[in-house]
Ligand binder design. Structure first.
Ligand SMILES: [Zn+2]
Length: 504
């Protein structure tokens, strides 16, 4: 059984976790890395698996847009440095046309996920705090500040106990920063705070001291507390976390303890998923393609992008390095295999992966021509008709990108307009062979039969297969290897080939 169906079955059988509410979250403070798409896609297939079993289920993806900016990409450093420490929703957008820094990056991830067929409803943490939805959990957290420190200590072994500590930061009324404020003296209505110049390395507070209500969006819980607080405010019953959070004594364990002892809320079903490793430094630096989530659709069709993330069981690490010349052709082949399993009903689990890889509601049958063949076709002239006939127009774009960015030299070729100098060394027999081939070009040929014919013509002259085909490649491409010769010749203008083969 497919892993997400197993999870759905386990959740339903347990009789707990009702009403089913799947949730995940993201901090919109920059372009997400491609690898970070595994979280939302794992949640999306679990949501769909539950739905397919007839369960009533909701699926939300939270924008943590109350978080402060704690780092900037180098190209924005000068322009936005003074906003370090300011909540992303209060900092200006790096690009015109968006209300804030947080809105710009929220829209970016949302459009990536929407394109990948993720059906989540997006909620803004900032908005929920502003609307007062967090007021009750803020009060509970402030009233239980000591207990929260106990939990940090017991669960994670943290020894950073601080007298008078409160689980909250407020927005400084003078400088607008959140990341620099230390809050103290909760009296049931207000807290006092100091905006500290040296509290964090990445932002400088202004030194202001004030007193303010912690409610209605004036302040935010620290994220370890904010996470389970979200569950209670929204009603989340199913939320997984990457392995960095799921290790023993990690933030997922802290959240679980806070649910039990502070918020009195049932611990949601956990899906501790492994990472997907994409490319690495090599890819970012040498190939001119970044590692951003939004770039995925430049190298893979969306259905195959989705397939890459959901096919592997959630606890297994996935490695995908597009700069490895075989990585992209192989994933296309595997997607076709999954499609065959679906349409031929041969492998139930693989068929299910294919079904859940669909971005649209309709199941779309992929082309049956292999990607490696397509990469040859796009390099041959006059193949447009064949490409359209085989439903390969959209895949052709990816074949060209692969050739340009990732293909090894041996897989690239170009029909030479003039006779290549490499053809000068052809043997007498090879030249004779080319002449014989050109005499066959007036007939109508099926490519498969023509391929056999070429081989036979070589044999008649006593030439082996290697010398036979090298003659063709050297005279047309200037290389001793190339795509299937018959297909190559038939893709070209007949008079052009005749002329080329007869001047030799
Ligand atoms: Zn300040």
């Amino acid at each position: 059984m497919y892993w997400a169906d197993k999870i759905a079955e386990e959740i339903i059988k347990s009789g707990e976790y009702k009403p089913y509410w799947v949730d995940d979250m993201f901090t919109p403070s920059g372009y997400p890395h491609v690898g970070s798409l595994r979280g939302p896609l794992v949640h999306d297939v679990v949501y769909k698996a539950l739905k397919n079993k007839g369960a009533k289920v909701k699926w939300t993806y939270i924008m943590n847009d109350f978080d402060p900016i704690d780092g900037l990409p180098p190209d924005l450093m000068d322009k936005l440095f003074s906003y370090m420490g300011v909540p992303v929703r209060l900092a200006p957008s790096p690009v015109e046309g968006f209300a804030s820094f947080g809105e710009y990056f929220s829209k970016d991830i949302q459009s990536v996920l929407k394109n990948l067929g993720v059906e989540a409803q997006y909620l803004s943490s900032w908005d929920m705090y502003k609307e007062g939805k967090f007021n009750d959990v803020i009060k509970e957290a402030l009233d239980n500040a000591d207990k929260i420190q106990d939990i940090y200590e017991e669960v994670s072994g943290s020894k950073k106990r601080e007298k008078g500590w409160l689980p909250l930061q407020v927005i400084c009324e003078k400088c607008g920063k959140l990341g620099t404020t230390r809050v103290h003296d909760w009296n049931g209505k207000t807290v006092k705070y100091t905006c500290e110049p040296e509290m964090v390395k990445w932002a400088k507070g202004c030194g202001y001291k004030g007193e303010i209500s912690p409610f209605d969006g004036n302040g935010k819980l620290p994220w370890k507390v904010d996470w389970p607080a979200h569950w209670k405010v929204i009603g989340v019953t199913i939320e997984g976390a990457g392995k960095d959070h799921s290790s023993a004594g990690g933030s997922r364990d802290i959240a679980k303890a806070l649910c039990k002892e502070v918020f009195r809320y049932p611990n949601p079903f956990n899906i501790p998923y492994e990472f997907i490793l994409i490319g690495g430094k090599k890819m970012a630096s040498s190939k001119g393609l970044g590692l951003k989530a939004r770039d995925l659709s430049q190298i893979l069709p969306l259905d195959i992008g989705r397939f890459l993330f959901i096919r592997t069981e959630f606890r297994k690490q996935v490695e995908f390095d597009p700069t490895d010349p075989m990585a992209i052709p192989v994933i296309f082949d595997e997607y076709q295999k999954a499609a065959d399993a679906y349409f031929d009903k041969t492998n139930e689990e693989l068929a299910r992966v294919f079904e859940l890889s669909q971005v649209s509601d309709k199941i779309i049958k992929p082309p049956s021509v292999r990607f490696s063949v397509l990469t040859q076709w796009v390099q041959m002239p006059n193949m447009e008709e064949e490409i359209i006939k085989n439903g390969l127009e959209s895949w052709a774009k990816y074949a060209r990108v692969w050739l340009e960015k990732f293909a090894p030299e041996k897989d690239k070729f170009e029909v030479q307009k003039e006779l290549p100098k490499e053809a000068k060394d052809l043997s007498k027999l090879q030249k004779e062979l080319l002449n014989n081939i050109s005499q066959e070009l007036n007939k109508k040929w099926d490519a498969e039969e023509f391929q056999t014919k070429i081989y036979d013509l070589g044999k008649e002259l006593g030439l082996g297969g290697k010398d036979t085909f090298a003659a063709i490649y050297l005279s047309l491409l200037g290389k001793d290897h190339g795509p299937k010769a018959a297909w190559l010749i038939l893709s070209l203008d007949r008079d052009f080939v005749k002329e080329r083969f007869s001047v030799l």
